[in-house]
Design a protein around this ligand. Sequence first.
Ligand code: SF4
Length: 278
Amino acid sequence: MSKHIISASEMERYGYCPLSWHLDLKGIDAEGEEVTSGVEKHKEIGTSLTNLLVEEKKSRETSSTLLTVVGMIMAVVTIALFILWISTDSLRVNLGVILLIIGIGWMLVASFFLYKLLVSTEKIDKLRDDYKLGEETIETPDGLTDDTPILKSTKYNLAGRPDFIIKKDEDRIPVEIKTGRPPKAPFFSHVLQIGAYCLLTEETFGKKPPMGHIRYGIDNSPHEVIWDAKLKNLVIDKLEEMNDILAGKMEAHRNHKRAGKCNSCSRRKNCPERLEYN
Ligand code: SF4
């Protein structure tokens, strides 16, 4: 049997409660309205990002077509001037009319592509403003961009897909989008998950990311989670625990005494260790 590879989203589950992660591994699904609406919202976010990337790709293609058309116009003008220069007076008038028609035709084609480019740029600017993305290059791990990041680490038995990656000069910053109500500070489990993405980014690209971003809603400003030695050690410690549980060297149990946490847990119905309010 192939070895189970731990995903970064499993680390989030483990960070919430090790037993919740283990129940999920045993096939006990999360339940509740929040889970369903979270999945739906995440899908919508994915579609919005896809739209943005598709639009940017189209814009790049239109821009290169426009450049080709402008090049053609320049070539036609040069040839026309040369022919007019060497031709006789009687030919000059007829040739002049033909070349004028060709020239107007190419100008119309160029205007069409220029218009397409302007519409596309406007759409992109709006989407980027809505999502507070600035000018940064974004990559997604779904094959839409040419430089598709596959994030995995054999060393830590870990794999994962952040929602997207910001490429800033030589740095890559993984971004995870959460759909719940924005808290004042990111939850521990979310920090652990973005830490897992930072570890994967470091392993995959061979360069330490300065931080990861957690966004509560795509249109909210990101929380910056600094990828320092403390967070890296924490992520590696938790991964070791998870790998030990998978290898049967350790058992997964509830690691807290908070009835409120169990009450909000999406696996409480089938959990043998859940806490109840007195
Ligand atoms: S109900 Fe409580 S103990 Fe059980 S998995 Fe959820 S948080 Fe953990």
